[in-house]
Design a protein around this ligand. Structure first.
Ligand code: BDP
Length: 681
């Protein structure tokens, strides 16, 4: 076991458990569509690994106990016989039904599309690989979110922006990889967790990647799209807003210039000629030195609508990122608070975007910190399609050297009540499109994989990729349920293993938060690479990321009354909660308020004592992770055990560095000793 198969390891099922699945003698499938053929292959492969038997595939199996799969009305008699009209009409585009045929004992999967059949097969394989009973299945599943997307931040030279698990599996030496085996294996992982869309290149599109839109690269992009198509996944490209200048020979990229609009229309036609089911463009514009419509005194609606118009005839969409802020601002000017930027830029444009534009908003207002409030822009634009962006790659959460299971963080975000349209306006209802009845909506997230054998560097970080897909499919799943599925499928079903790893995963975000930056303030990291502690690393630079610590206190006053006014971007009760220093939750106190070190938290501790305590405890808890994992020696493969043990050891040591630097810094700033008399350097 190397981790390469990830959650599709399909551990052989022990003889005493195998009986309930032993009767199946074949697969009945009549359809030839690619994703259905993929489903047949996946089912054969999974069953062969788990049950050690090869299933014959045929078009008819009336008298046998079989797995039958197909679309409704697609020619499979078993499928058509099993599902009544009510079931069929309950199944949406990518949903599926699975039913145990009581007469024959056969398991029947039906869907209204080929990709629905594939999702159904992966669901069934999940049930079997977690040893659940399949005797009386009667399941109907539909994905809650329409777009369930992965964003690769891969560059054509093979590097990955914020990648912590090796090089790109897509690109090397300025070309698209010739051997796409690994890409295919990635497509399997994504589809099996429920995902249906991918953008394959970095949102920072530099000159080489701009050429993806030319005939030099399009045939290769089409090859990649073909691999994903067979797993029901649509391919998107990140595009450079200045493409007409860089590769089109034009002298402007002004979105209102007719020649520029025509250039994009022709480009879209060329792309769709190469890839008829191309998804669309993902755009980072006017952000962190990337070009955009501001250069021409135009706004984001002008810019995105121009692209949307070009893609519209083909059903394509524009995903326009809202990570827009001034990265060269004067830190003394609090009115330009970076946290305010996305809302300030986009909210006034509500209603101006075409209906095939989706705004992609990061989960928090800053940038994927270990703790941030939820972005107030999500839900604030009722006439605009929105999707949420998470970061699976652990840029600010330990870079896959530290353990940080992010599903609990994402759950908190999704469950957050925004009051955007009164009670019942949670983030998950906004991004699934139901609150405002949007045409397009969904999830996007930055991937955490590279060409490391186990995909994610830290093997346990696989749970984040898997968990992201599962949550995008169904945000009601709990973090524990998802963790348990992943552990059983990837590592095995030994009960001690499951409970120990579950405990480790579920504690990990809070452990990481404990020894890193306190009370929601964020950013105490080394500039550029963002690994390791550096309290003032960003304090006196122009990135808009401050904590304002001095000898009296710490935190950013973002109140309306006396600060940057950011708190007023929230609605109703949320505004009141964040505006008031008394009501603000402890974990976000320093995000919203500047307070003295002696300020008493709801927990009863002072801010300074909280900093000391959490940093001492965080290290102890990181050390306990090492011991917990050590107790599993022998329950997982040796190689896998060692890999994880090495990372946890590094984490425990590195946590000490965090503790010592943070505690010392605040001891010196505040002059207040630790009430428990522990040693601070
Ligand atoms: C930040 C990363 C930077 C990305 C940027 C983005 O540090 O590398 O380009 O986000 O999302 O988190 O565009």
């Amino acid at each position: 076991q190397t981790g390469y198969q990830a959650w599709l390891e399909y551990h052989p099922i022990a003889l005493n458990q195998v009986e309930q699945y032993a009767g199946y003698s074949g697969i009945v499938c009549t359809e030839k569509e690619e994703a259905i053929q993929t489903a047949v292959q996946e089912l054969s492969r999974g069953i062969s690994k788990m049950l050690g038997k090869e299933l014959a595939v045929s078009g008819n199996g009336e008298d046998k106990v079989v797995f039958a799969l197909g679309t409704f009305g697609g020619g499979n008699a078993l499928v058509d016989r099993t599902f009544d009209e009510g079931t069929r009409s309950a199944i949406k585009a990518e949903g599926f039904a699975i039913k145990t045929d009581q007469a024959s004992g056969s398991l029947v999967i039906g869907a209204s599309s080929a990709s629905g059949v594939l999702y159904g097969v992966f669901h069934l394989l999940r049930l079997i690989s977690t040893h659940q009973s399949v005797n009386k299945l009667d399941i109907i599943e539909n994905p809650v979110n329409m777009l369930r997307m992965i964003n690769q931040w891969d560059n054509i030279d093979g590097s990955i922006e914020r990648g912590y698990a090796g090089k790109s599996i897509f690109f090397e030496n300025n070309r698209i990889t010739t051997d796409l085996t690994r890409v295919r294996d990635y497509a399997r992982l994504l589809a099996s967790s429920g995902l249906n869309a991918i953008s394959i290149n970095n949102v920072n599109v530099h000159h080489w990647e701009t050429k993806f839109l030319t005939e030099e690269y399009l045939p290769d992009v089409a090859r990649v799209a073909g691999v994903f198509r067979s797993y029901g996944i649509k391919l998107f490209l990140s595009v450079n807003y200045a493409s007409p200048l860089e590769i089109g020979g034009l002298s402007t990229a002004d979105p209102l210039d007719p020649a520029v609009r025509e250039w994009w229309r022709v480009k879209a036609a060329e792309v769709y000629a190469a890839i008829p089911d191309f998804g669309g463009f993902l755009v980072k514009a006017d952000s962190e030195n990337r070009p955009g419509p501001f250069t021409y005194d135009r706004d984001h609606a002008d810019g995105s609508n121009m692209l949307a118009e070009a893609l519209k005839p083909y059903g394509g969409i524009v995903i326009w990122r809202c990570f827009v802020y001034n990265c060269k601002q004067d830190w003394r000017d609090r009115a330009t608070d970076r946290a305010r930027a996305a809302y300030d830029h986009f909210k006034p444009l509500d209603g101006r975007f075409m209906d095939n534009v989706i705004l992609q908003v990061k989960n928090g207002p800053m940038d994927f910190q270990v703790r941030e409030p939820v972005s107030p822009l999500i839900g604030a634009m009722e006439a605009t399609n929105q999707m949420i962006e998470f970061q699976i790659t652990q840029e600010y959460t330990g870079q896959q050297r530290h353990l940080c299971y992010l599903v609990p963080q994402w759950k908190e975000v999704l469950d957050f009540e925004t009051y955007a349209k009164g009670d019942g306006s949670s983030i998950k209802r906004i991004v699934d499109g139901s609150l405002y009845g949007n045409r397009f909506s969904g999830f996007a997230a930055v991937s955490n994989i590279g060409n490391d054998t186990n995909w994610t560097g830290h093997l346990l970080a696989q749970a984040n990729l898997y968990g992201y897909g599962r949550l995008a499919w169904n945000p009601e799943l709990s973090a524990e349920e998802i963790a348990e599925e992943w552990i059983r499928m990837a590592l095995g079903g030994d009960e001690k293993l499951v409970s120990v790893v579950m405990g480790m995963l579920m504690d990990s975000w809070s452990i990481y938060e404990a020894y890193t930056s306190p009370l929601g303030v964020g950013w105490m990291v080394n500039p550029d690479h963002h690994y390791g502690p550096n309290v003032d690393g960003y304090e006196y630079s122009k990135w808009g990321t401050y904590h304002f610590a001095d000898c009296h206190g710490i935190g950013v006053d973002r109140t309306k009354a006396a600060g940057t006014g950011y708190a007023a971007q929230y609605k109703g009760k949320n505004y009141e909660t964040y505006e008031s220093v008394e009501n603000c939750p402890d974990e976000l106190l320093l995000f919203f308020h500047h307070v003295p070190y002696t300020h008493v938290l709801h927990s009863g501790q002072t801010v300074i004592q909280h900093i000391y305590n959490t940093h001492f405890e965080g290290v102890e808890r990181a050390e306990q992770l090492v011991a917990k994992w050590a107790s599993l020696e022998g329950s997982v493969g040796e190689l896998v055990h060692k890999q994880v043990a090495d990372r946890l050891a590094e984490q425990a040591t590195h946590a000490q560095e965090w503790r010592d630097m943070i505690n010392t810094y605040f001891y010196r700033k505040s002059g207040i000793a630790d009430a428990l008399g522990r040693k601070i350097y």
